[in-house]
Design a protein around this ligand. Structure first.
Ligand SMILES: Cc1cc2nc3c(=O)[nH]c(=O)nc-3n(C[C@H](O)[C@H](O)[C@H](O)COP(=O)(O)OP(=O)(O)OC[C@H]3O[C@@H](n4cnc5c(N)ncnc54)[C@H](O)[C@@H]3O)c2cc1C
Length: 486
């Protein structure tokens, strides 16, 4: 007589699209039962923010990569569509699963959905187990000395580094036993999700990125070999490639912060020229990510509500034309336009340029930071519910530990400092490429002869600035000064 088929276990992938160092997957594999791997495409649950266009592109390729990785271990990824609260418990019941595992998410709506699913499964006698696979520490684990959440990064980071000793990353499971899903479970093909754009604007993304776990580790390896030495100083240089570009891989959980932490700590031979300062600086940037999740957990409306309520009185200007000029990289300020064009073509923008473009939108144009946050959400491949919202509020001055409101970035000085030869601007604003740097950063101030020799007619071949930098700055300072003090 044949052995009866053992009851299956379900591993539910969400923002942890990887095989290695995935505790939810490890727990499912450890059950020594057939494994059903699922991804639920849920665009209907209330409160769950739909992904932007660039993230949808990334997700498509990341799911394909995850499926290929799982196939090598013996199982396929089943893509299901619907409200997770209906889909997951129903599937678990239908196939007689004994265990469902997943990695935790930190948005309020997602946490509430997960809690309800856990209750429904438990009521059916099915074990539900959740794990931390996204962060170095759970956001609720750290408190200030007086109790309560942190509002300032430096003490948060000190407390985090004291509290944690990230365990060595887990290897991918060697083999997973498959289980045939009944037809009524209705898995769909990846293409059916329609994640790829109908009008193909994604060729720049495809050129630059390799979504998936293999791409993530290749990126980390390359960064350690080529970018880590000199990272502490070079990370602010827009014209160099000193930063890791791991952000979209982290966003979709193709690599874990634990894996990065250990790889950086153990990088003496792979990056002999990197200093302890370089290594610590990179880890401290991961710390900003942790801090953003700490803020999101304690302030679920981080993307929509001023952290500092006094900003509710801010006189934001509704200016659809200026917003459109900013979005399309036609403000007439070269470093700002370069950044927004890079974003549109690659789904990425260097951190320094994110700060410059955000400051310009919020301060020089007085446009609500939430409009900028939404644009980045739609266009960044690393659009992250915590990092994006926390960073926009930081630049606006409305956030926790925010940049002081009187800090208005001067885009001309920023470009001169961080793109001194103008390589970055010339790449993304080629119509200005014939200008030498001192004119390139502020073409409106260049003598007419210089402009005509470079083939530039302001207002025709390149826009005039949509706002005077001096007047914009004065107007921003006046608006900020008029806010209530507390
Ligand atoms: C207005 C604005 C919006 C932003 N939106 C996002 C976003 O949607 N998603 C996102 O991941 N980052 C965002 N950032 C933070 C930062 O710009 C990116 O994380 C960084 O540029 C990613 O490039 P990298 O991986 O090469 O960074 P690296 O310098 O190599 O840093 C390594 C990792 O640390 C984390 N990190 C670095 N800087 C920050 C930071 N300031 N805040 C939080 N985490 C950080 C990222 O996960 C990053 O991948 C935003 C910053 C600004 C100013």
């Amino acid at each position: 007589m044949k052995n009866p088929v053992k009851a299956p276990v379900i591993v539910w992938f969400r923002e942890d699209l990887r095989l290695a160092d995935n505790r939810a997957l490890e727990a499912a594999a450890a059950a020594k039962a057939p494994v059903v791997a699922i991804y639920v495409h849920d665009e209907i649950s209330e409160g769950v923010r739909s992904l932007g266009g660039a993230s949808r592109w990334w997700l498509h390729h990341s799911l394909a990569a995850l499926d290929a990785g799982l196939a090598e271990k013996g199982v396929r990824l089943n893509i299901l569509v619907g409200a997770a609260e209906d889909v997951v418990p129903r599937l678990a019941r239908d196939i007689g699963a004994t265990l469902v595992t997943w990695s935790r998410r930190y948005g309020l709506a997602e946490r509430e959905i997960d809690a309800r699913i856990k209750r429904a499964l438990t009521a059916d006698g099915i074990t539900a187990e959740s794990f931390n696979d996204h962060l170095l520490a759970e956001p609720w684990e750290l408190e200030t000395q007086s109790g309560g959440p942190f509002r300032v990064y430096s003490p948060f980071w000190r407390a985090l580094t004291r509290a944690i000793d990230p365990p060595a990353p887990l290897p991918a499971p060697k083999h997973l036993a498959p289980f045939a899903l009944p037809a009524k479970a209705k898995p769909v093909a990846l293409d059916a999700l329609g994640l790829l754009p109908r009008i193909p604007w994604d060729s720049g993304l495809a050129k630059m990125w390799s979504p998936g776990e293999i791409g993530a580790h290749a990126r980390l390896k390359q960064f350690i070999a080529e970018g880590l030495a000199g990272y502490a100083e070079g990370r602010d240089r827009i014209d160099r490639t000193h930063t890791s570009r791991l952000s979209p891989h982290l966003r979709f959980g193709e690599i874990s912060p634990r894996q990065i932490w250990h790889a950086i700590r153990a990088s003496e031979s792979a990056a002999p020229k990197a200093t302890p300062t370089d290594r610590n600086k990179l880890l401290a940037e991961l710390g900003w990510r942790e801090f953003a999740y700490h803020l999101l957990y304690h302030n679920p409306e981080l993307a929509t509500r001023n952290f500092a309520p006094r900003f509710d009185a801010f006189p934001w200007q509704k200016n659809a034309k200026a917003l459109r000029s900013w979005q399309t990289g036609k403000t007439g300020i070269p470093i700002v336009d370069a950044g927004l064009r890079e974003l549109w073509h690659t789904g990425y923008m260097h951190n320094r340029v994110r700060m410059i473009t955000a400051s310009f939108l919020i301060k020089h144009l007085l446009i609500d930071w939430r409009d900028g946050e939404k644009w980045f959400w739609d266009t960044l491949v690393d659009a992250d519910p915590a990092n994006n919202a926390a960073s926009w509020q930081w630049v606006a001055g409305s956030g926790a530990d925010a940049a002081p409101y009187f800090r208005v970035f001067n885009p001309v000085l920023q470009a001169a400092k961080f793109d001194p030869d103008g390589h970055y601007i010339k790449r993304w604003v080629p119509e200005l490429a014939a200008l030498e740097p001192r004119h390139l950063f502020e073409p409106w101030a260049a003598p007419p002869m210089v402009l005509s020799a470079a083939g530039i007619t302001l207002g025709k071949t390149y826009p005039m600035p949509i706002v005077s930098l001096d007047q914009g700055r004065e107007r921003a300072l006046a608006a900020y000064a008029a806010l209530p003090k507390t």
